[in-house]
Design a protein around this ligand. Sequence first.
Ligand code: F6R
Length: 265
Amino acid sequence: MEVVICDSEAEVGDLAAAKVARVVRDVGPDAVIGVATGSSPLPLYATLAEMANRGEVDLERVSAFALDEYVGLPVGHPQSYAAVIDATVTQPLGLDPARVYVPDGSADNIEAAATHFENTIRRAGGIDIQILGVGANGHIGFNEPTSSLASRTRIKTLTERTRHDNARFFGSLDDVPTHCLTQGLGTIMDAGEVLLVATGSGKAAAIAALVEGPITAMCPGSVLQLHPKATVIIDHDAAADLQLASYYRTTYAQKPGWQRYRADL
Ligand code: F6R
């Protein structure tokens, strides 16, 4: 696992965007990216949109798969992840909406919707790079603690912690759905590369557990330690509880220029 510690949230976004752009260039114009919602990847999407506008990366034929969706929100609800992905990813990056896929949380048959989503990823040839945030409780996607490390896309019950954390996007806690459809940990682990971004002291404990703790379903993100191409890009505050922070800083500082994501910008 590569851990990169940045000076600011903006730098996290810049380096992460450069990393995604590099994968898209390497894979080619039909690359498939996995996209997260939430606050963490917003600077990444903003920088990637600027790069696309400047012609530094071609996203026209790129496909995107969302990590998750609430269950039970009406179609078109502004906090549905379909709407959020459209506003924060599809439109700004200029993606073709026909190539952007979000699990169908309003389906009558949720199990069939989950299977359909897995099959659609497979038909697209798999996800080349999966962008992730992390919950304060260590969840990735909405794989809450005790999720099977081999899980596939399925319905999950959100923890009260996650519902509280996400209440800021809704009028009140009561408006936050109780269930979601989420890519499983096994689904996420199938991606060619995984890229997790996190900022702020509220993520410090989760990042320490995910990067340096034991691999355990109690910290679902810790499964990323088993991924051969996992990158974690964080700011100082999110890095505060890492035991080997100075080692990660030295390692990145000593990289040759061609290996640094910054060189792509
Ligand atoms: C979002 C997702 C979640 C978030 C996590 C962090 O699609 O799957 O795992 O990445 O809850 O959210 P933020 O970035 O808002 O702190």
